[in-house]
Design a protein around this ligand. Sequence first.
Ligand code: APR
Length: 310
Amino acid sequence: MNQKVTVVGAGNVGATAAQRIVEKELADVVLIDIIEGVPQGKSLDLSQAAPIEKHDAHLTGTNAYEDTTNSDIVIITAGIPRKPGMSRDDLLSTNRGIIKNVTKQVVKYSPNAILIIVSNPLDAMCHVAMEESGFPKHRVIGMAGVLDSARFRAFISMELNVSVENIHALVLGGHGDTMVPLPRFSTVAGVPITELLSPERIEAMATRTRNGGAEIVSLLKTGSAYYAPASAAVEMAESILKDKKKILPCTAYLEGEYGISGLFVGVPVKLGKNGIEQIISLKLTADEKKALDKSAAAVQELVDAMKKMA
Ligand code: APR
């Protein structure tokens, strides 16, 4: 492999993302964590799976940022996950400190990398990473919309008993309770779900999507979702590494798009080798715009709360 992806945080999301990247032979992976031994042990374990999984991607487990030098992409999953009863916002202060520290180290060794942020509260952590890195907005991208849309797609597939491959869905806004599933832009083989399902059923699936993370936290009891979050981050990385130019809902820094300025919010973007290559502006109805504004206001609240922190 000649491309290099660093995954910061060798916990559930990070290790699963590393596994998916090497198994797809997208890049060599450096897995880094603050805990000594864990990234080394997981990397060695994954390397020993390679002959069976039949890939030749290399894995390095480390606690030293020197080893991350010249990464093309850095996926940041470091931080603490939610426990039952906690909202993503409850993680704000702890994860802010962690993301600040991690970003500083990452950019020192990979000044040209594209950052994919996974740690929660996601939208706020994107602000921290952009501020700390000084990177341009097209190189700081949050993973939320791909995950939230995948959850919506999974629920639509279960409801209609149709292949997930036939289903596209769009969820915009912040990665919190106010996220905005958009049924008009969610389709089964090209047909909007608004023509296939009752408004009540659609609303039930939209609500389950909004609570998708909490549903899993309450089942797991000791941590939060990680298979789907890792898949989502890797789909974004793949589009960048292969310059596929996929249109994916991602958390992007808006400067006037959708009437929102100076804020990270989930919108459809085109992902290619330069990171975010275009922000796609959709024409929203008045109700959809109102919901997006409400979601943006929730992100703004967290950003304001961080400004008051030392
Ligand atoms: N530098 C590097 N790694 C760190 C640091 C740090 N400063 N602080 C914590 N970590 C590591 C932890 O040691 C742990 O291995 O981050 C890892 C987090 O892993 P988990 O606890 O398993 O959490 P995970 O489920 O992977 O979630 C990580 O992603 O989805 C979000 O809300 C979730 O913010 C959380 C993050």
